[in-house]
Structures are given as C-alpha cells and as structure tokens.
Design a protein around this ligand. Structure first.
Ligand SMILES: [Zn+2]
Length: 87
C-alpha cells in the first residue's frame, strides 16, 4: 500500500531553504570531486614517503602522495553498481 505519500506537508519555508543550501553544497562538492578527484595524502603530506628522514614509501597511498577523495570513491562505487545493473 502507498500511504506514505502525504508525510511532507508540514515543512516550513526555512526547511526548504536549508534543503536547497544542502543540495547546492552537495552539488559543488560533487563538481569538485569530478574536476579534481585526487586530494593530497595527509599521512605523508603529499610526499609519498614516511618514516624517519622520509625513507620509506608511504604504504597507504603506495608512494604516490595522492589519495582518492571520499566523494569520488562514492561516485565510483555507484558507477560500479550501475554497471552491474545494466549488464
Ligand atoms: Zn601517503
């Protein structure tokens, strides 16, 4: 049965504005993740090396000094799901 359709009737204008701001922020973040999917790796500060005198290659980012942004990782996951669904 579809009885949950009329639950959003008591939203105030303030809630609508907040939702719009949240949507805009999400959109900007998605755009940033799309344009620049890599952020610098904080553990090694983008150098790709750790340890005393930075001799060891960073294990977390495999020496690249970069890491995939969380938003991009989510997008990749969703793309994988989509690909599996359309196969
Ligand atoms: Zn690293």
């Amino acid at each position: 049965m579809l009885t949950h359709a009329a639950t959003a009737t008591t939203t105030s204008p303030a809630t609508g504005i907040l939702l719009m701001i949240a949507a805009a922020v999400t959109l900007c973040y998605a755009l940033a993740c799309w344009l620049a999917p890599f952020g610098y790796h904080r553990r090694c500060r983008g150098t790709g090396r750790t340890g005393p005198k930075l001799r060891q290659p960073c294990r977390r980012c495999r020496g690249t000094g970069r890491r995939l942004r969380i938003g991009r990782r989510i997008a990749n996951g969703l793309a994988d799901i989509h690909r599996d669904g359309t196969r």
